[in-house]
Design a protein around this ligand. Structure first.
Ligand code: AP5
Length: 229
């Protein structure tokens, strides 16, 4: 579908580390049955598998720095133009720099598609720190929990697939501080970038996960109604 109709949802999830992009991405993926491309998950799998991509990304990720644009841009372009993404997609963790956003615009132009919305999940730095210090991630499939806010039924075990729950290497406090700094200097400028394109939609990420999902569903329904009017 290349006419940009809204039935094709091409979504970006934007927000600081720990704002809930992965949590909401998982729900959106289930609601809309769209392919979900999370750069962090793709990179962590590459590091685990010891691929070339993983070797290039590892040291940046361990420090909480961004992986260079040229490594990331090709990786996402490949997915956006794949048949799997023909009827829409959800991007989590991309773009993260102005150069990445420009490359995505170029790719969308080439495919005669357009972005539907960049959804900013807005959360304060203090909340980020609280969330990341209690996050537990499923080693097998990446499902996300929190010891206090979204505890698994059985400690240390994923409710969904039974995988082991672990603390991510980059959730150490000193790395989280750097990730936040990277966000504010390199990624936050994308808020005005997408405001300028008229597709930025803000959601208060401090509410309960279910309320955040409800808000995102409502805003997507509004966009759909506006499109049909
Ligand atoms: P990535 O994996 O993308 O990390 P991130 O953006 O820092 O985001 P997180 O996965 O940490 O958090 P999230 O927003 O998904 O929150 P979550 O839902 O888990 O990237 C990792 C690294 O890869 C980067 O540092 C960089 O090196 C590299 N990289 C990735 N993309 C790149 C790119 N494009 N360019 C260059 N480098 C790139 O939630 C967090 C916790 O809070 C969980 O425990 C959850 O249960 C809980 N929670 C969620 N929502 C709520 C809520 N509403 N209330 C209470 N608790 C909640």
């Amino acid at each position: 579908m290349g006419d940009g109709a809204l039935s094709e949802l091409n979504l970006i999830l934007l927000g600081p580390p720990g704002s809930g992009k992965g949590t909401q991405g998982e729900r959106l993926q289930a609601d809309f049955r769209l392919p979900y491309f999370a750069t962090g998950d793709i990179l962590r799998a590459a590091v685990r598998d010891g691929t070339d991509l993983g070797r290039q990304a590892k040291e940046y990720m361990e420090r909480g720095d961004l992986v260079p644009d040229d490594v990331i841009i090709g990786m996402i372009a490949e997915r956006v133009e794949s048949p799997e993404a023909a009827d829409g997609f959800i991007l989590d963790g991309f773009p993260r720099t102005t150069a990445q956003a420009e490359a995505l615009d170029e790719e969308m132009g080439r495919l005669e598609k357009r972005l539907t919305a960049a959804i900013l999940i807005d959360v304060s730095d203090d909340e980020v720190i609280r969330r990341l210090s209690g996050r537990r991630t499923c080693e097998k499939e990446g499902h996300i929990f929190h010891v206090e806010f979204e505890p698994p039924k059985e400690e240390g075990v994923c409710d969904v697939c039974g995988g082991r729950l672990v603390v991510r290497d980059d959730d150490k406090p000193e790395v989280v501080r750097n990730r936040l700094e990277q966000y504010h200097t390199k990624t936050e400028p994308l808020v005005s970038y997408y405001e300028g394109e008229g597709i930025l939609r803000r959601v208060d990420g401090h509410q309960e996960p279910e309320d955040v999902s409800g808000r995102i569903r409502a805003l997507l329904a509004t966009l759909q109604m506006e499109e049909q009017a």
